[in-house]
Write a protein that binds this ligand. Sequence first.
Ligand code: FAD
Ligand code: NAI
Length: 474
Amino acid sequence: MSKQFDLIVIGAGPGGYIAAIRASQLGLNVACIDEWKNIDGTPAPGGTCTNVGCIPSKALLQSSEHFDQANHHFKEHGIEVSNVSLNLNNLISRKNSIVKQNNDGILYLFKKNKVSFFHGTGSFSAKTENGWSIKVSSLKEDLHAKNVIVATGSSPREFPGVKFDEKIVLSNDGALNIKDVPKTIGVIGGGVIGLEMGSVWRRLGSNVTILEAMPEFLMSADFQVSKEALKVFTKQGLNIKVGVSITDVKVSDKSVTVKYKDQSGSTTDLLVDKLIVSIGRVPHTKGLNSSSVGLLLDDRGFVVVDSHCKTNLSNVWAIGDVVRGPMLAHKAEEEGVAVAERIVGQHGHVNFDTIPSVIYTSPEIAWVGKNEQELKKEGHSYKVGTFPFLANGRARALGDTTGFVKVIADSNTDEVLGVHIIGPMASELISEAVTIMEFKGSSEDIARICHAHPTLSESLKEAALAVDKRSLNF
Ligand code: FAD
Ligand code: NAI
C-alpha cells in the first residue's frame, strides 16, 4: 500500500492533531501519525497534554481540591461532614476515564474531518521528487507527502545521574499515578509541575517539600504575585525551599535521600518516600531519523525553525514543544493552525506577546504580557492598578478571597502591557485580559466595559480603574 498525501503530521499532541484538522478543513488530504499507546496497546492520541499532562493533572487537581474543601472548608458554609475518606483508586480511575474520553474524542475528530490516522512511529525515510517519504513502524510501505509537520513534543528532563523508575523517582507520568498516598514527597523543581503536583499530593495528605534552585520563588511571575503565592502555599503546608543546590540523590527500594545545600550554606539530608523530578522538559526527536535527511536541531535538541515554523528542509515545518518558545498546549495549537494556513498560502499568525500562562494551584495564578520586573529592566514607563479579591462580593460569597488582580498600563498611552492575577478562577479571568491586549486596548477600555455583577471579573474592571486611581469598591 503506497499512500500519497498533501500533508503528513508526525505527532498527535495538541500541536499535531489541531494542525491536521485545520489542514483538512482547508482542503488538504492529511495523514497524522502518533505512537502513544494505552496499556492494552490501543492508540492514545493527544500527546503529553492528554495522556500525562494538562488533562490528567487538572482532573487530579479538581478531585484533590474537593477533598480539601470537604475536609477544611465545608464547615464555613454550614455543612457538617464527618468521616471524609479518600478512595484513591477511584480518584485515579476517574482521571483515567477522562483521559480516555479525550483520546476517543480525538479519534472521532479525525474521522469527522477525514484525517487518516496511523498508529506507530513516524520517521523520515527519504526525500522524493515531490516531497518526503515517511516510514510508519506499523506499515510495510512508506507514506508520501509534499508537506510534513513535525509535532513530536517533549519528554521530562532527568536529574543528572538519577533515572526515572516511576516507582520511587517520578516524572509527571509517575506523579499522576501514585497508588497509595505517600507520607512524604520531595519535589526537585518549584516550577509549574512541581507546584501543581505538589498541591495535589499535599491536599491528599502527603508532607511535600519542594526544592528550587533559583534564589527567589516563581521568578517567571510578577514579583508581587510570587510573594503572595509563596505566603499562601506555605500557609497551606507546602515546604518550599529556594536557592538550594542538590549535591547528592540516593535512591533505595522504598525511599530517596536528597542532600542539598541551602542559601545559608548548611547541608540537609531530606528523606522522602517518593521523589518527583520536575526540572523542565526536553524536546523529543527520538525515532524521527532526522539526521538521515539533515533536519537541523540546535545544541539543546530543538528543531530549528524560523518565525513561521519553517525548518531548514523544504516544506518541512515544526511546531509545539519540539521548537523554541513556551512549552504550552495552547501555543502548540496556535502554531498548528498557523502552519496549516501557511501551507495553503494563507497568512497564519501567532502573537507570542499575548500567550497566557496559568498555574492551576489554589489559588490559581495567571498572567499575560509583561510583568513589573521586565518593564523596569526595559526602562518602560508604566502605571499599575491592583484590586484585592477580598473586596469582591462574588469572591466573598464563594468563600475564596485570596489574591488580587494587577493591571499594568503604559504611562503615556494607557495601553495594557500586562495583567497578573492570583486568586479564584484566574485561569478563566485571564482570557478577558488576553482579548483586550490582542486588540491593543487600554486600561480605560476595560474600565468602561460593563461587567456582570456579582462576578469575579469585576475585579479586573476595578484593577483597571485603579490604574487611574479611581477604584469604586476599594
Ligand atoms: P506533545 O503533546 O508532547 O505530543 C507529541 C506527540 O507526538 C506524542 O503523542 C508522541 O507520542 C508523538 N510522537 C513523538 N515522536 C513521534 C514519532 N516519531 N512518531 C509518531 N509519534 C511521535 N500546557 C498547558 O498549556 N496547560 C496545562 O495545564 C499544562 N499542563 C501540563 C501538565 C504536565 C504534567 C505536563 C507534563 C505538561 C503540561 N502542559 C500544559 C504542557 C503541554 O502538555 C505541552 O506543551 C503540549 O502537550 C505540547 O504539545 P505538542 O503537540 O507539541 O507535543
Ligand atoms: P518549569 O520550567 O516550569 O520549572 C522547572 C523548575 O525547576 C524551575 O523553577 C527551575 O529553576 C527548577 N530547577 C531546574 N533545575 C533544578 C535543580 N537542579 N534543582 C532544583 N531546581 C531546579 O518546568 P516543569 O515544572 O518541569 O514543567 C515543564 C513544562 O511543562 C513547563 O515548560 C510548563 O510550561 C509545562 N507545564 C505547563 C503547565 C501549565 O500550563 N499549567 C502545567 C505543567 C507543566
